[in-house]
Design a protein around this ligand. Structure first.
Ligand code: SF4
Length: 70
């Protein structure tokens, strides 16, 4: 996540609330248990971010999903 881009609106939280949470001061908090969650839902949340702040990478650090749907 690029915190310089994140506006804290919470679209990602609405798509994948088990993974993303915007706290009371607008800071995005990510679940530390990402591997337990449905990666398709996480990928959808990444694509849904209006600020292009999210990127999903695999265990090797290779790009798996970004806001451009790559
Ligand atoms: S959708 Fe994007 S901008 Fe909004 S809280 Fe999530 S990461 Fe931040």
């Amino acid at each position: 996540m690029d915190r310089t881009r994140c506006t804290g609106i919470g679209v990602c939280e609405s798509v994948a609330p088990d993974v993303f949470e915007v706290d009371d001061d607008g800071t995005l908090v990510l679940s530390s248990e990402l591997v337990e969650h449905d990666l398709d839902t996480v990928a959808e949340a990444v694509r849904s971010c209006p600020a292009l702040a999210l990127t999903l990478v695999d265990a090797d650090g290779n790009l798996a999903e970004d806001a451009a749907g790559r």
